[in-house]
Design a protein around this ligand. Structure first.
Ligand code: SF4
Length: 399
């Protein structure tokens, strides 16, 4: 049965299909989780792992990251939550990939998997690979990289800008101390003086006035926009190849949002890096992204270039997202909303996850989960609605 969760087994065994758990069942889940979690934690704690075990080859050398059939699960006492359930997409060098989808669809967990920051021990990457092409030319399979090696990649090669800078910056340390630490940790031979000089120069380069004064301030002494600029400056200190921006403008007001987006764009050009941009805001995606990945309930339901997703969406969920954008033409003065709710993540159905919310559902949708269909070299969608595409299949359509 492998990693099938308790409710899936109940269904297979024909016991029942309810969410009710007896005390005995809860204990059984907990025992089983402990066994699985211990296995993954032991793997991660191994020391002196030979490089051959975690070095691999990129499928396409033009990509900086390749997610390949990634599965990240959370083993909770009431069952297994499949937060990321078979995600496959690439981040090309020098491009911005936007990830959209409603809360809980797995966007952030996908990016945290890449940083090896999924909350352990309950959260574990159980299957698939994330190939990362580092600046030294080596290609790492991130889920297999040991903790000590990951410390050298995280923050230096891959950095992250979080949604709420007030909770991401440490409130008891001055801005300068927090920035210097990044340089002292990652740059060989860096002295406190060099670190200070570089931190102040970086604060200046992200448009912070009087950077030497800001360097000595605590996070609570700065405005939201300033704090987010500090976060961006911190993320850039070691010239990363990939920046993960997890809703970088959600906590900011509209005028500051525009400035931060402009700064991100400018920074990307300057370092010729790639950005993984996670957001709910389709306006931000339209402005910033080259490629778009649409996620729903832990799976990718559509991906393509920004033009394909905005002008020719295939999946009813993507179509719904496009219709729910505020625009000048509103029917009955009301904004469109996608009815219903995402299915229970612990007990996902076997059919299309969007079935209970889909206005276009057909009989076939009650069968097995639809396969990814390719419509162009870059455009894919998982829906029965459009049938088989005439585009020749390639191995990207395997999801
Ligand atoms: Fe709707 Fe069927 Fe497509 Fe699912 S597969 S989104 S239910 S049309």
């Amino acid at each position: 049965m492998g990693l099938k969760n308790f409710f899936e087994r109940k269904k297979i065994e024909g016991v029942d299909n309810t969410m009710y758990l007896t005390l005995r069942e809860e204990r059984r889940i907990s025992k089983e989780n402990n066994r699985i979690i211990k296995y993954y934690e032991r793997q991660k704690a191994r020391k002196n792992v030979p490089e051959e075990e975690y070095l691999t080859q990129m499928r396409d050398p033009n990509n900086v990251v390749e997610f390949d059939n990634l599965h990240t699960y959370f083993f909770t006492d009431v069952g297994t939550v499949k937060s990321v359930n078979g995600v496959t997409f690439d981040v090309p060098i020098g491009k911005t990939v936007g990830m959209v989808g409603e809360s809980g669809c797995g966007k952030s967990v996908t990016s945290l998997s890449l940083m090896q920051l999924v909350q352990a021990p309950t959260g574990q990457i159980v299957e698939g690979s994330i190939r990362y092409q580092a600046g030294d030319g080596k290609c790492y399979d991130i889920p297999k990289v040991p903790k000590d090696r990951m410390l050298k990649l995280r923050g230096k090669e891959i950095s992250m800008i979080f949604q709420e800078p007030m909770t991401s910056l440490n409130p008891v340390f001055r801005i300068g101390e927090q920035m210097d630490e990044v340089i002292l940790l990652h740059e060989e031979g860096a002295t406190p003086e060099i670190a200070k000089e570089r931190s102040i120069a970086m604060l200046k380069s992200v448009g912070i006035p009087m950077p030497d004064k800001i360097y000595t301030k605590y996070p609570h002494e700065l405005s939201g926009g300033m704090r987010q600029r500090v976060m961006i400056a911190m993320a850039l200190l070691c010239n990363p190849r990939l920046i993960i921006a997890d809703e970088p403008t959600t906590a900011l007001d509209v005028t500051i949002q525009a400035q931060i987006l402009e700064l991100l764009r400018e920074v990307k050009e300057r370092i010729n890096g790639s950005i993984m941009l996670i957001t709910h805001d389709l306006g931000v995606i339209a402005e910033m992204a080259d490629l778009v990945v649409v996620m729903y309930a832990g799976r990718i339901i559509e991906k393509g270039t920004v033009r394909e997703i905005f002008h020719d969406p295939k999946h009813p969920y993507t179509i719904g997202l496009m219709r729910s954008k505020p625009s000048g033409k509103l029917k009955d003065n009301r904004l469109y909303s996608i009815k219903g709710q995402v299915p229970n993540p612990i007990n996902m159905p076997d059919h299309c996850y969007f079935l209970n919310r889909c206005d276009m559902a057909m009989d076939i949708c009650h069968g097995e989960y639809p396969k990814m269909i390719q419509y162009s070299p870059t455009h894919f969608a998982a829906c029965y609605l459009c049938g088989e595409s005439s585009f020749p299949k390639n191995d990207l359509a395997k999801e």
